[in-house]
Write a new protein. Sequence first.
Length: 210
Amino acid sequence: MPSHEIISRITVREKAVAFTFDDGPNPEFTPQVLDIFREAGAKATFFMIGTQMKKSLGTAQAVHEQGHEIGNHTYTHPALPEVSPDECRRELAQTEELIVRVTGSKPRVFRPPYVAINAEVAAIAAGEFGYHAIGAVNGAATDWEMPGVRNIVDKTREALAPGSVLLFHDGFDDRSQTVEAVRILVSELTQEGYRLVTVSELLEMSEDVD
């Protein structure tokens, strides 16, 4: 049974981390991220918003075809604790339907918008949808605020350890700083012997998560 807790770091026995990207797909920036990971022979997880998927289904398909994971990031990006249980279910169900259409299979992971969750939302997401709720260790990088490439890189490095889930954004606004920071981090980490895997692959490496 998936955990009701937000998972940000997983106990693993090897040097592996999971890069994740929120709020896409975006036809300009998502392909740039895909190029970085293709060149590195690495994988990532993309937490997609349903309304953005509808606008860019071809981009979502490219993410799947290149072997990356697609997770549920709701349909319209509300703070789930602030909506009704039925609305929470609709937010998850509508995006799950799109993910199944693109990938042919049900998503295993979701990231609540703003990483906002309560017991009721957790019960719906885990109990009814079977999702693991995923956070991240590098929130201080605040890539969504476009704080500069070096800030994103440095704050991520400060938080990073084997088993970490890392948060970035490929959707909304100008994500060129994020793309460049990710390019640097992917190069550095692969040179240091890290495997860059999907969130589900990272979960499978752990003995702590059912």
